[in-house]
Ligand binder design. Structure first.
Ligand SMILES: [Zn+2]
Length: 163
């Protein structure tokens, strides 16, 4: 469809472009934002925003430069990326392994961040618990939520978002 290559289409929002055959091995498939880093943080739920600011400052001191590739999403945006995932994966069940519908998504509540680049996510996986931030899913290295009190121990990863 020629129209899909038009410049109106946000390339980071194009699920098919982000998911070549590797089924998520390339990085987040669940959308991204073109807004500034500060604006992205401001839209998060306040406890997550505070944790993110503290963690990212510490990361910078370690020479790591984390950024939010996707934070809070509108219900409409989440529905669009979920609908695309259903088409992409062929079933609601398989799609839910990668993208949750709006009523279940922590991103819609402002309670999840997708983090890049990969070395920053690795740093956060190692040190995030100091700030309460934990990776949640085994199949999404980029997805973090505020899951414990600062200094707590992150729970074991669940296999994917259906778990
Ligand atoms: Zn996510």
């Amino acid at each position: 469809m020629p129209g899909l290559t038009g410049s109106w289409l946000n390339p980071v929002d194009d699920l098919s472009a982000r998911l070549p055959n590797g089924a998520g091995t390339q990085g987040p498939l669940d959308g991204s934002s073109a807004s500034s880093p500060d604006a992205e943080v401001a839209r998060l739920a306040a406890p997550l925003a505070r944790a993110w600011l503290a963690a990212s400052a510490a990361a910078l001191r370690d020479g790591v430069h984390p950024h939010i590739t996707s934070g809070r999403r509108s219900r409409a945006h989440q529905q669009r990326i979920f609908d695309r995932a259903v088409v992409r994966y062929g079933s609601v069940r398989e799609a839910r392994r990668w993208v949750l519908p709006p009523e279940n998504s922590a991103h819609v509540k402002g309670r999840a961040v997708d983090v890049g680049p990969r070395e920053s996510a690795s740093w956060l996986e190692e040190h995030g618990a100091r700030y309460g931030l934990c990776r949640r899913y085994a199949n999404e290295w980029w997805h973090f939520e505020l899951l414990v009190r600062p200094g707590g121990a992150c729970p074991a990863l669940v296999p994917d978002a259906t778990g």
